[in-house]
Design a protein around this ligand. Structure first.
Ligand code: FES
Ligand SMILES: [Fe+2]
Length: 380
């Protein structure tokens, strides 16, 4: 966020604090409960939201060196992303060209990728380089049996892959006005710490909703993030279909005694960006965490990965303890508080018999997000 924008926002924050009222939009909004339980909507969301937009698979720091690779299994089709010896980043469908077995797993550094089934192997540019008992394949043109490529792009320290070989793929167009703001965080300088894989029995949109308001901090998080962040004081800014939500740390008071030229909002806030539809990136005072949220196999299920990034490599025991405590606090908040509550919401969806959920005047991010979903699936 640019400094002028930070100063303007800090002034709004102090103004709201002094008046004892959160920022509010004109009116409440409603969302049909069926949005979380309709099989038809679920099908359209997968087809029109997730299968058309660039997919975030990680940060550049995970793929810095030649041979660095990661596998993304979140969206039904496994994708392998590799940094080649020539420095190029490439993405492939992660399936062997002999008879289709899945090739690589997890992440790491490798020169070649060997298939577990019959041992065909591929190099870091996807070329077929090893073919055991080749006499059984006379005349087979190896150059036609390389891994199938997918468009991939690195922008602002993040790595995006096209959802399909033939999908339109333009990350700048996708991010729109959010791109220049994300660039300011210099995410390319961060270091990867760890990831957690999660699956819950709730619609993917309930997981996104979790990050959309601070109205629940006092009640749901009295002992985790509640003591750190202001209750029901958060600021919403749309960027096309995406949005930013700023949650305010209680330490913001320390800025009152400083000149505006020294005001820095970042250490005093958690800036949450929802990259529509399902990537939730949070710029914290000292680290960045990302929840990549995807639909599960059924309307009432979702999958996600939490990726945690830090400003310096954690190469001492005390650094590890520090970051482990950070990850544990984050995961305790979502795994014991937010997401179990989300599952309880999903439980009631099927039996709701219609009706709607209501978003208060201080919950505009939820209204915006669901409106964007309806627009994208053609249901607005
Ligand atoms: S399927 Fe991979 S080597 Fe046969
Ligand atoms: Fe929460």
């Amino acid at each position: 966020m640019r400094h002028e924008a930070q100063v303007a926002l800090i002034k709004r924050i102090f103004d709201c604090m002094d008046r004892g009222e959160p920022p509010m939009v004109e009116s409440m909004a409603v969302n049909p409960i069926a949005a979380y339980g309709s099989e038809e909507q679920f099908r359209l969301e997968r087809e029109r939201l997730f299968d058309t937009r660039p997919r975030l698979v990680g940060f550049s720091c995970q793929l810095r060196e030649p041979g660095d690779y990661l596998v993304d299994d979140l969206s039904g089709t496994s994708v392998l992303v590799v940094r080649g010896r020539d420095g190029e980043l490439r993405a492939f469908l992660n399936y062997c060209r002999h008879r289709g077995a899945r090739l690589a797993q997890g992440c790491g550094r490798a020169r070649t990728f060997a298939c577990v089934y019959h041992g065909w192997s591929y190099d870091d540019a996807g070329r077929l380089v090893g073919l055991p008992d080749a006499y059984g394949f006379p005349g087979l043109d190896r150059s036609e049996r390389g891994l199938r490529g997918l468009p991939v792009a690195e922008k602002h320290g993040m790595v995006w892959v096209a959802p399909r070989v033939d999908a339109p793929f333009d990350v700048d167009a996708y991010l729109g006005p959010l791109g220049p703001e994300l660039a300011l965080y210099r995410l390319e300088d961060y270091h990867y710490y760890e990831s957690r894989h999660l699956e819950y029995k709730m619609n993917w949109k309930i997981a996104v909703d979790t990050f959309g308001e601070s109205y629940h901090f006092k009640t749901l998080h009295p002992n985790t993030v509640g003591p750190i962040l202001h209750h029901n004081l958060s600021f919403f800014e749309p960027f096309g279909p995406h949005h930013r939500k700023t949650f305010v740390r209680k330490t913001i008071e320390t800025l009152r005694d400083k000149p505006e030229s020294e005001w820095d909002l970042i250490p005093q806030a958690a800036n949450v960006y929802v990259l529509f539809p399902g990537d939730v990136l949070t710029i914290q005072n000292d680290h960045v965490d990302v929840f990549r949220i995807r639909p599960g196999d059924r309307v009432g299920e979702c999958k996600m990965v939490m990726d945690f990034y830090i400003p310096e490599p954690a190469d001492t025991d005390s650094a590890h303890r520090h970051w482990k405590n950070n990850v544990d606090l984050l995961m305790a908040t979502v795994e014991t508080e937010d997401f179990p509550t989300g599952e309880s919401i999903q439980e009631g969806v099927a039996s709701s018999g219609g009706g709607d959920f209501v978003y208060g005047r201080f919950e505009p991010a939820l209204a915006h997000f669901h409106e964007q979903v309806r627009l994208a699936i053609g249901a607005a």
